[in-house]
Design a protein around this ligand. Structure first.
Ligand code: SF4
Ligand code: SF4
Ligand code: FES
Length: 239
């Protein structure tokens, strides 16, 4: 027999001046292999058509369904309800990001500003001639770039970062990971000194307290711990 699940879900419409933030409780039967994402769809289809939350891929690829699940930032589509033994699950929107409504947040605006902040694109003086064949890249270099490029910009590392809560302009692990990614890419002409201009202060790598909430919560298991340590070493050598 399936067990009962209880969901306590944050509800708030910031556009309605009469609304106040609250937790609303929903109950349902658990099904085999149920994820939090499946449960949210059940709530919206059967119990509360007004519930707002985001998703696109349902496969841990788009980064849209990030939320705080029983106190930890996670992807709803990759989180099994069976992981919560007492059957009670509380869902809150990720902090830091602009709230659209209920569990829906605007990560896109934040990520866009962050990308501009660390200029996360290839910088080169080489002219691109599209008829030329692709330049070869050593497999181990390509592997490293690909590894860091797996970030889905879900925002979990930002929501889990104590420094970000205290220092609003701190760039966070997602931005620092992008700097490491472009430093690893031989097509990018930028030097360590150029990167120091972007992240060599308390809003960048020197603001990081190395408590590794980012590394603990990243759903793509990016090597944030080793890359933050690497950037700290390289940026200290620029001082
Ligand atoms: S290690 Fe640095 S970036 Fe990661 S959560 Fe802690 S302060 Fe934030
Ligand atoms: S580094 Fe990890 S937690 Fe942070 S935005 Fe990228 S995928 Fe999400
Ligand atoms: S819906 Fe795309 S990561 Fe969850």
């Amino acid at each position: 027999m399936s067990r009962k699940l209880i969901f306590n879900v944050f509800k708030y419409n910031p556009l309605d001046k009469d609304d106040r933030p609250k937790l609303k409780t929903y109950e349902m039967d658990e099904t085999d292999g149920m994820t939090v994402f499946v449960a949210l769809n059940y709530i919206r289809d059967r119990l509360d058509h007004t519930l707002q939350f985001d998703f696109v891929c349902r496969a841990g690829i788009c980064g849209s369904c990030s939320m705080v699940i029983n106190g930890t930032p996670k992807l709803a589509c990759k989180t099994l309800t069976s992981d919560y033994k007492d059957g009670e699950i509380t869902l809150l929107p990720l902090p830091v990001f602009e709230l659209i409504g209920d569990l829906s947040i605007n990560t896109a605006k934040w990520m866009n500003d962050m990308s501009k902040d660390v200029a996360s694109w290839i910088h080169t003086n080489e002219q691109t001639i599209i008829d030329n064949i692709e330049l070869p890249m050593e497999p181990e270099v390509a592997d490293e770039v690909f590894e860091l490029d797996r970030c889905i910009e879900c925002g979990c590392c930002i929501a889990a970062c104590g420094t970000k809560q205290m220092r609003p302009r701190f760039k966070g692990a997602v931005a620092l990971n992008k700097v490491a990614r472009f430093l690893a890419d031989p097509r990018d002409d930028r030097t360590h000194a150029d990167m120091f201009e972007l992240i060599g202060d308390d809003e960048g790598i020197f603001g990081c307290m190395s408590l590794l909430g980012c590394d603990d919560t990243c759903p793509k298991d990016l090597p944030l711990q080793s890359k933050l340590a690497y950037l700290r070493r390289k940026m200290v050598s620029q001082t």
